[in-house]
Design a protein around this ligand. Structure first.
Ligand SMILES: Cc1cc2nc3c(=O)[nH]c(=O)nc-3n(C[C@H](O)[C@H](O)[C@H](O)COP(=O)(O)OP(=O)(O)OC[C@H]3O[C@@H](n4cnc5c(N)ncnc54)[C@H](O)[C@@H]3O)c2cc1C
Length: 600
């Protein structure tokens, strides 16, 4: 019997017909293997003029997908070999966990989940439209991982009428388990030659609201969302929603976008590393992968961003420095990224629009200015206004005392910071020391070569001082940055000291918005039913990586799409985390939208 091809799996799942002209389609593949099936599906999707605008493919794999494995596999056609090469380019560092790989200008999203089958299934929060149950070489022998619980885990991810493709030749326990879990085998759907059978999820019982059922109640494509704040956080959310068909208006108090902390001239994106690979480390890696995809798609390499790699230098007390090379790390000019996001079709920016309060109407929110004037109306609102969030939330609570709007987060801190910088050309003839060819990061950081106005600039930073600390002068900030630089790169620090002394170094100063655990806040701002008012803020010192991650998470939660990270990691970002939630009267004050639940 021939090995089933991707086309056989598609046929069993009534594809491509079933996905025709759908806004999104979600496939789950229990055995990603060497990606042969995925490449076949990718090819079929690409060639289909009626393809869904967004295809999600969630592939489970016990082993990391190595580029060599992909390129070495005997892919059937030159077309598939070309796709394999495109995929291989993004397959660096795929260790255990979830990895979101963005392909075909972000219209094909592959979520590769590396780990044991059942734990990986438990971390999913979406309703699959079709499931490929491929048990791998071991077959469906009853035991771990394929047993009643494995089938139950699949059923939890199915929506009514989801299609399931599975081996035709299978042991008897499987059919009993399928039936018990709500799958109905369809004898008309056997592909004997390919050894495949088909089933449909048609449980006899009422289904509890699942991610996509809830998402269907959220206003979908063409609906309006207003975003308060046109920095990295707001612009990223706007672009992620617009890619899914939303009309998004971004309002900012400033005349132009990226005028707050996102006016940072250039920032580093380096994964956080910890011995226990904590949530911050894992989230930063996921964010970096998403950021790289956005930068590649939208920015000018070498001008707006550079996949430079970054040397991380850690110092043990009284010990030598430990160096670690992050090949995937990069620098990015945040304003260029913000502008690129705001230029996406479906996004509109409105400057000089300080939102002073919000007013609830029957099916939407009104956003009001300082004089109570109407600035915008939208079904959903995302507050991405950094440390100005608490004041706006207070105003909303005062304006709408009957609504269950959460109290402003107590633990948001404003942390001021300064970068010191200069153009290389300005130092001609000053006998400059050895600038490394790549950025160096540690207790401070140096970006040695960044194109600016036809020349090259260097940036050293950064200082941290909490809002309640005495305000540092620019000169104090420069001295602190020089001290950091000298600790990081002693020779360069010594050689740059005269430049600092001669006050030939410029300063850039702004304020970060930081949460108590250094993780962003993302989610609905109500303790009970979702009022359609969300927050996306507290990007801390990692706005580049976290803004993209939060935007993709928000869009996935609103659209019932697969999450780009494990559900337990997404939960760590919950906006109201760590709070006692008072019991709520059912649906009181809700906007008539079913809440997108945060990951359970
Ligand atoms: C010194 C320093 C160095 C840094 N280095 C790095 C780095 O190397 N890498 C990195 O990733 N990150 C770095 N960061 C952090 C990064 O700059 C921030 O995380 C990021 O810019 C935050 O983006 P944001 O959109 O949340 O906030 P902001 O960019 O501050 O945007 C908030 C916006 O909300 C608007 N707003 C506020 N209230 C209202 C209202 N009521 N109505 C309408 N609009 C409103 C503001 O005008 C502002 O434009 C650094 C920050 C500093 C200060």
């Amino acid at each position: 019997m021939a090995e089933p091809d991707a086309a056989d799996f598609l046929r069993i799942c009534r594809l491509p017909g079933a996905w025709a002209r759908q806004p999104a389609w979600r496939l789950l593949d229990t055995c990603f293997g060497n990606a042969a099936r995925f490449l076949g599906v990718w090819e079929a999707w690409q060639q289909d003029p009626d393809r869904p605008a967004l295809l999600h493919y969630v592939g489970l794999s016990q082993q990391a997908l190595l580029p060599e494995l992909l390129l070495g596999a005997a892919h059937q056609t030159p077309g598939r070999r070309a796709l394999a090469s495109a995929l291989a380019e993004q397959c660096q560092g795929l260790g255990p966990g979830f990895h979101r790989i963005s392909l075909h200008h972000g219209q094909l999203l592959l979520t590769l989940c590396v780990g044991e089958l059942q734990p990986m299934l438990r971390q999913q929060r979406f309703d699959a439209d079709a499931i490929f149950l491929d048990p791998g070489p071991a077959g469906l022998v009853e035991g771990a991982p394929w047993n009643l619980f494995g089938i139950k885990a699949l059923a939890r991810l199915a929506r009514r009428e989801s299609r399931l493709a599975l081996p035709a030749n299978r042991p008897a326990w499987t059919d009993a388990a399928l039936k018990q879990c709500g799958f109905v085998l369809d004898p008309g759907l056997e592909l004997a030659a390919a050894g495949l059978a088909g089933a449909e999820f048609q449980p006899a019982w009422h289904l509890k609201i699942g991610p996509s059922t809830a998402a269907a109640a959220v206003p979908g494509a063409g609906a309006r969302c207003a975003v308060v704040g046109g920095g990295l956080a707001g612009a990223s959310v706007a672009a992620a929603l617009a890619r899914r068909g939303w009309q998004v208006q971004v309002l900012d108090a400033a005349e132009l976008p990226a005028c707050g902390a996102s006016s940072l001239p250039v920032g580093l994106a380096v994964p956080h590393v910890s011995v226990d690979d904590c949530a911050l480390s894992r989230l930063s890696r996921s964010g970096l992968r998403l950021l790289l995809a956005q930068a590649q798609a939208l920015l000018r390499p070498g001008q707006d961003w550079h996949a430079s790699g970054v040397l991380e230098r850690d110092f043990e007390p009284d010990g030598p420095a430990t160096d670690r090379w992050h090949a995937q790390a990069c620098w990015v000019k945040p304003a260029a990224l913000v502008q690129a996001w705001l230029a996406q079709p479906g996004v509109q920016f409105a400057g000089r629009c300080r939102v002073a309060s919000l007013r609830r109407q029957a099916q939407h929110w009104d956003l009001l200015g300082d004089r109570g004037q109407l600035l915008a109306s939208a079904q959903r609102v995302v507050l991405a206004n950094a440390h100005a969030l608490p004041a706006l939330l207070q105003a909303c609570r005062r304006a709408e005392p009957g609504l269950d709007i959460a109290e402003p987060p107590r633990a948001l801190t404003a942390v001021h910071g300064q970068l010191s910088w200069a153009l290389h050309s300005a130092q001609a003839g000053q006998g400059l020391g050895p600038f490394p060819p790549f950025p160096v990061n540690g207790a401070g950081s140096l970006l040695p070569w960044v194109p600016l106005a036809g020349s090259q600039a260097w940036y050293a930073g950064a200082t941290y001082s909490a809002a309640q600390d005495p305000q540092q002068t620019e000169q104090q900030g420069h001295q602190a940055n020089l001290a950091r630089l000298t600790a990081l790169l002693p020779e360069l620090g010594r050689q740059l000291a005269p430049l600092f002394a001669a006050q030939q170094v410029q300063a850039w100063r702004n304020t970060r918005c930081v949460s108590a655990d250094r993780l962003p806040l993302l989610g609905p701002l109500s303790n009970g039913p979702d009022l359609g008012l969300w927050v996306c803020t507290a990007m801390g010192s990692r706005g580049l990586m976290f803004s993209v991650l939060c935007a993709e998470l928000l869009a996935a939660m609103w659209g019932g799409e697969p999450l780009p990270v494990e559900a337990r990691l997404a939960k760590q970002l919950e906006a109201l985390r760590g709070r006692q939630r008072p019991a709520q009267p059912a649906a009181a004050g809700a906007l008539g939208v079913a809440g997108r639940p945060m990951p359970r």
